[in-house]
Ligand binder design. Sequence first.
Ligand code: HSE
Length: 395
Amino acid sequence: MKIAILGLGTVGSGVMNLLTQNREIIEERTNQTFEVSHVYGRSNRYQIDLTNIVHTDNIEDIIQSDVDIVIEVLGGIDFTYQTIKKLLLAGKHVVTANKDMLAIHVEELSRIANENQVQFNYEASVAGGIPVILGLQHGLNANRIHRFMGILNGTTNYILTRMTQDDWDFNQALEQAQQLGYAESDPTNDIGGFDAQRKTAILSRLAYRQEIDLEEVSVKGIEELQLKDIQIAQQLGYTMKLIGLSEMQDNRIEMLVGPMLIPSDSQLASVNEAMNAVFFNGDAIGETMCYGPGAGSMETASAIVADMMGIMNFGFIGNTETKESALTTSETFPRKYYVRLLATTEIKQMVENNQYDIVYSKDNDIAIQTPIMSLSELLDSVSTESIQALYPIID
Ligand code: HSE
């Protein structure tokens, strides 16, 4: 089999290294040999040995070639989407790790791949080293999944771990996460929650087999998260994590990403450093948890090479297509909230009138824990200008 790799950044170089390191088992387990014949992209900053490999910066060289499987680890959205479309139409199998592009175009590309009888695999796009995509497509396929919840971004989990456990400053933790190769080239997508938003959209689509509009996944990042909220949460027995939560009730769905308080003695609270974990709830399995590395060069390469091996073994087996969404996302589901407010006399009176549970009071701050209620009901009961922090509590 002839393989092309688009992009030789952190993940692309990891793929090259893994293909070299594990060539013997890859060939043994697929019962065939492979050759990386083409590499696309100008940079080779990890100085990968490209002897006997066509190194091009013209994508047409790959589209027109006799390559069988193209591995896309370039990143970016528009160019990559156009390129993958051309590759699928040219009869190439494609493996991608590109959640930014998939969150928008997966439906169309899966359909084009099916029409052209080629495989389009994207295990590495969500939770790198954990097989959650294949888990939903195959392992959990007999279930009606009605909920999942997880830590889907390694960078923010690393930052929150350092802040929670070691009182590190946000910027110091981010810098370290970048050095360790967890962060995106533009870390705004990590800390702004957009990376986890895209992953939540990709998983929701496979979980419910419905088209998912990325904009319907509400998103809040950790940029404004203050150490004092992390600490108050800890005193209450909760740990602050950036969570991707997706729930379906009847024909309603809620998908949200943001900092949330989860019980400190829960399994998810013990998922630290750059690790990821996802709980799936289904009608046959009850609850299943997957845990593992969500980012990193070799960790992500593991998923990509497995996708490649799947194609070497089975060729075209079909790609998951979904139905037009019949779900509505208009109202948020009722839940508990942690709210920190500016402690004016008026607010104190309001809190008292509503009989909210005051969990912290110091200087200008008053923090409350609400009973289960809708967000609109909560926002109606306190003046929005006084809200300093507002995070869901997921017991
Ligand atoms: N920047 C991502 C993360 C990489 O931190 O999880 C894996 O998608």
